[in-house]
Design a protein around this ligand. Structure first.
Ligand code: SAM
Ligand code: SF4
Ligand code: SF4
Length: 337
């Protein structure tokens, strides 16, 4: 297995199949002006499958399909079917905003998709429109119901919590998830990309999130089965389900980070906060063999020293000040979270 400079393997691959999205979430991609990837630069499903197979040979066993919004790419089930059939893939999942899930859940399930995460930050239809700037809450709820009917399990709900925006939704989202058999995962608001005007005081910490839930529903920390999983899991003490918190800001987990990212235009990105990626598409389209591509990926991975979130925490706690705008990053819509 490929190991980076800190001994971290390459176990988890996140594939962005498009940078397009039918939403413009204020915390992710609030802009309309953005240079979209041109169609001819997009990897085809065959190209994605070829590269995924090479990542799997280098040790990747967990694959997540993301975007942009992955469901805006046509016939995604073709790609899902191909990846699900790759020997060595132990876990295949999808992250979606859920708007198009009602129609696509059945073909995705039939193609071999195992798990789904649906992003949902509020249960208030007006607030939903304000945050997503485009979406309808009712479509996402219909998507969740359809996914459940098709037998996806577990279905996780991802909620980014931003102070003053939806911190009053922490408890309602927990109750909704418990009542309907979903697992809620709260995500600390991150300084991803360059366009969301992130500020530290907008971050609702894991501690605050847990306090808000536990005040009503006592919680117990669940045993970790996968040390590199970003979420720390808790169980409701009454036995009715689980929740997770991804505390990238207050409790970074870079030390365990075994995630590689492949952008829709074929760049390998070694950290969510990287300023740029490594172009695999040109090598592939230029005629590189599988062995040459694998060697290139392995060389990039071996040199990897990323630990952005730990550096952020050190800068914040040292009091020297942390200015995210001084660190240019790729947009979340390119990297897929
Ligand atoms: N469009 C899909 C969706 O929204 O689920 C997939 C791509 S989206 C970039 C992946 C995840 O990143 C979502 O759960 C989203 O909430 C999360 N995300 C986006 N911007 C974020 C930010 N600034 N901080 C924390 N999470 C963020
Ligand atoms: Fe929102 Fe996901 Fe689209 Fe970002 S990619 S704007 S989080 S729906
Ligand atoms: Fe991994 Fe980078 Fe996130 Fe740290 S900041 S956990 S290295 S993606």
């Amino acid at each position: 297995m490929a190991k980076d400079a800190f001994g971290r393997g390459l176990k988890d691959l996140r594939i962005s199949v498009t940078d397009r999205c039918n939403f413009r979430c204020t915390y992710c991609m609030p802009l309309n002006k953005y240079k979209w990837v041109e169609r001819r630069e997009l990897l085809s499903y065959e190209e994605i499958l070829r590269l995924t197979g090479l990542f799997v040979r280098l040790g990747a066993e967990k694959i997540r399909i993301t975007g942009g919004e992955p469901l805006v790419r046509k016939q995604l089930e073709i790609l899902v079917k191909g990846i699900a059939a790759l020997p060595g893939v132990k876990d295949l999942s999808l992250t979606t905003n859920g708007a198009l899930l009602a129609e696509q859940a059945p073909p995705l399930r039939a193609a071999g998709l195992a798990r789904i995460n649906v992003s949902l930050d509020t249960l208030d239809p007006e607030k939903f429109k304000r945050i997503s700037q485009r979406g309808e809450l009712s479509d996402v709820l219909a998507g969740l119901r359809a996914a459940q009917r098709c037998g996806f399990h577990p279905i996780k709900i991802n909620a980014v919590i931003e102070r003053g925006v939806n911190d009053d939704e922490i408890l309602p989202l927990a109750e909704f998830s418990r009542d309907h058999g979903f697992t809620i995962r709260y995500i600390e608001y991150m300084d991803a990309g360059n366009s969301n005007h992130w500020q530290l005081d907008k971050v609702v910490s894991k501690k605050e999130i847990l306090q808000a839930v536990a005040a009503r529903y006592p919680l117990r920390e669940a045993k970790r089965t996968d040390a590199s999983a970003p979420a720390v899991d808790y169980r409701f003490a009454d036995g009715r389900g689980k929740l997770g918190v991804i505390a990238s800001v207050t409790e970074p987990f870079c030390r365990e980070c075994d995630r590689a990212r492949l952008t829709a235009d074929g760049q390998l990105v070694t950290c969510l906060f990287s300023p740029s990626g490594y172009d695999l598409k040109s090598l592939m389209r230029g005629g590189s063999t599988n062995d040459e591509l694998m060697e290139r990926i392995a060389v990039i991975w071996r040199k990897r020293t990323d630990r952005y979130s730990e550096e952020r925490r050190e800068a914040i706690s040292s009091g020297t000040g942390y200015e995210p705008q001084n660190r240019p990053k790729m947009e979340m819509i390119v990297l897929g979270g």
